[in-house]
Unconditional design. Sequence first.
Length: 323
Amino acid sequence: MQLNLPINHLLENSENILIAGAGGGFDVFCGLPIYFTLRDMGKNVHLANYSFSPLEIVSYYSEVDVLRDGLLVGAKAGVPYKFNHGYFPEGYLSRWFKEVRKEDVTIWMFAKVGPSLLNEFYQQLVEHLKIDTLILIDGGVDSLMIGDEVGAGTLLEDTISLTATFELDIPTKILACIGFGSELEVSHHNVLANMSALIVDGAFYGSCALTKEMPAYAQYEAACRYVWEQPSHYKSQINMRIVSATLGAFGNHHMYHDYLPLEVYVSPLMSLYWFFDAEAVARRSMLRKAIEGTATIQEAHAQTIKLRALLMSKARQNKTLPY
């Protein structure tokens, strides 16, 4: 069984595809089922992530390719077992590819910077890999927030990626989201309203679901578990809920006991992908307009606080979904 991607018609002429985590952390893992599906279709696919790993020091304990020292580097499989990394998902993902699949796969990492610098890094990687298609991947759906909502989640990092790639000169740019309902702080009423606006704009490409019978899903779950179960390594709450939902869990379910204090509501909605025109999503964003000239994450954060303060008096309120 194969993932039934509604974007296949957009990829017919794609030769080099980049799947990039938009919001940092484990977002790149959310793109793995798409990655394996496209690989099975004969496409040349690369992986990247807006990274929270300490790029300025990863070369000291891991093998990396360097395009910009400490700013744009590629994690490779050489993560030593003797070193206990509390957080290096990209490095361990590359090691999983090497150990389990016997493949040399570089996971490119963008430093956590503002959109003007990130745009430079994207341009450099696009030229290096000859990318003609970008799929930004969001674990969750707060990348669809425009900035005037109560319950906007952690939209800054996703919006930085959308802003950085807005002017990127490549033929195809897609935003894929998975994990609807997995972000406890997000107003899903407002998410659905934003989705509807994108449908009106002709910017929604369709949805598809992960199922536990899919080989692409099995590889995604295996990669996640490999990294989560490294000694003292952080786990991804979003991906844990996506995995749980795909396996049929429902309600207040937890894969690992160390996350029991959080009450969650796992449902089949979490295993759905939603695909959008990335430029159209960015174009609607009020936050994009506020941060587009910033170079550092601190500058972008300051502009976000200013904008949110201005908008909160007339913010779109959260409403309980009536079903």
